[in-house]
Design a protein around this ligand. Structure first.
Ligand SMILES: *Cc1c(COP(=O)(O)O)cnc(C)c1O
Length: 345
């Protein structure tokens, strides 16, 4: 690790590729794209796209057009899709960078025609063409139709089957079009969710697509932060803003170089732990902007300059998310710009 780094984020590209291959094996009905929106869920769109492209991935989905343009630079021959609907005046940018637009209205279809993916809304009520408006498209023949699942990570939610049924209806209206349905968790929902092109993001990055069951994906990230200072405090002393934690015994407190400005969410105050030498180190007090404090009383080996793991073996983004009251997606996409990022091939 670089001597001048206070926090270090390791991204295992081989694990991302292994996860993609595993998803390909689980989705024999069609291809498996890489969803790389939000800078590949915070892990770096350039290195992630290059690794997946080298492994043979030939379809990528970004959210913003500007993200798709970045993806194109790293994936010269791939199909690169921008999920957000095309805004007025963007035609030249789509054409110039060979970005596939996702069409979600009759007006989008009129502007882009069959070059785009038709997104039909089967229950999200967010983006995409409402099913009631399908009849208004006339003889339009898209290359692909897609929809997006509302609750795929909850296999028992009845809305999954409702959406699969509606999507079958949509596809019947466009018999020549290829179909794109499942996100990460959708790939694990069974045959009704198979299609020509799955669109996983989270599972590529090690987030568990089957919550409540063992995580079938390989871990991808390791976040290590440096202990800046260690102090001893007396029983009864408090730590941090607003004195939300008080020592019950003479304690050693380590102050670490990560805070909410780095995406270590403030809702993690007094929640969860880091890992040192395989053992948990409890987080105590409020998470502040640049710093977080840990009770290292039981870890005499920790001193100034020590590295502790905030994410890594034994502590994945899903576990941190459970402590923060959010999901693994938000933990990853919050990872801050100050981390020194290192991509391992
Ligand atoms: C983000 C997104 C995905 C990927 O979802 P994951 O749950 O991360 O696999 C797929 N499709 C659409 C439309 C999305 O917005």
């Amino acid at each position: 690790m670089a001597a001048d780094a206070d926090a270090w984020l390791e991204i295992d590209l081989a694990a991302i590729v292994a996860n993609w291959r595993k998803l390909c094996a689980r989705h024999p009905s069609g291809a498996v794209a890489g969803v790389v929106k939000a800078d590949a869920y915070g892990l770096g769109a350039g290195p992630v796209v290059r690794a997946l492209y080298a492994a043979g991935c030939r379809q990528f989905f970004a959210a913003h057009l500007s993200e798709a343009v970045v993806v194109r630079a790293h994936a010269p021959e791939a199909m690169v899709v921008a999920l957000h609907p095309p805004m007025p005046g963007s035609e030249a940018a789509y054409a110039g960078h060979r970005i596939v637009p996702v069409l979600g209205s009759a007006a989008d279809v009129a502007r882009f025609g069959g070059a785009g993916i038709l997104h039909v809304d089967t229950g999200m009520n967010r983006l995409g063409l409402p099913m009631a408006e399908m009849a208004g498209l006339g003889g339009f023949a898209p290359g692909y139709v897609m929809t997006h699942l509302v609750a795929s990570e909850e296999p028992d939610d009845a809305i999954n089957a409702v959406q699969a049924g509606r999507f079958a209806q949509v596809c019947a209206a466009f018999p020549a079009a290829k179909r794109s349905l499942a996100n990460s968790s959708g790939i694990f929902l069974g045959a009704d969710f198979a299609s020509d092109l799955a669109r996983p993001g989270a599972a590529l990055y090690g987030i568990n697509p089957t919550p409540g069951r063992a995580n079938p994906m390989r871990p991808v990230v390791r976040l290590r932060a440096r202990v800046l200072q260690v102090r001893s405090i007396a029983a009864g002393d408090s730590v941090g803003y607003n004195a939300t934690w008080r020592a019950l015994r003479t304690s050693r407190i380590a102050t670490v170089s990560v805070g909410y400005a780095d995406g270590w969410l403030r809702s993690l105050s007094n929640r969860g732990h880091a890992v040192f030498d395989g053992a948990p180190v409890p987080l105590v007090g409020r998470v502040s902007m640049d710093l977080t404090t840990f009770d290292v009383t039981d870890h005499p080996a920790i001193g100034p300059g020590s590295w502790i793991d905030l994410l890594g073996p034994g502590r994945d983004a899903d576990a941190v998310a459970a402590d923060a009251g959010t999901n693994g997606y938000e933990v990853l996409t919050s990872l801050g710009a100050r981390y020194q990022r290192v991509w391992r091939a």
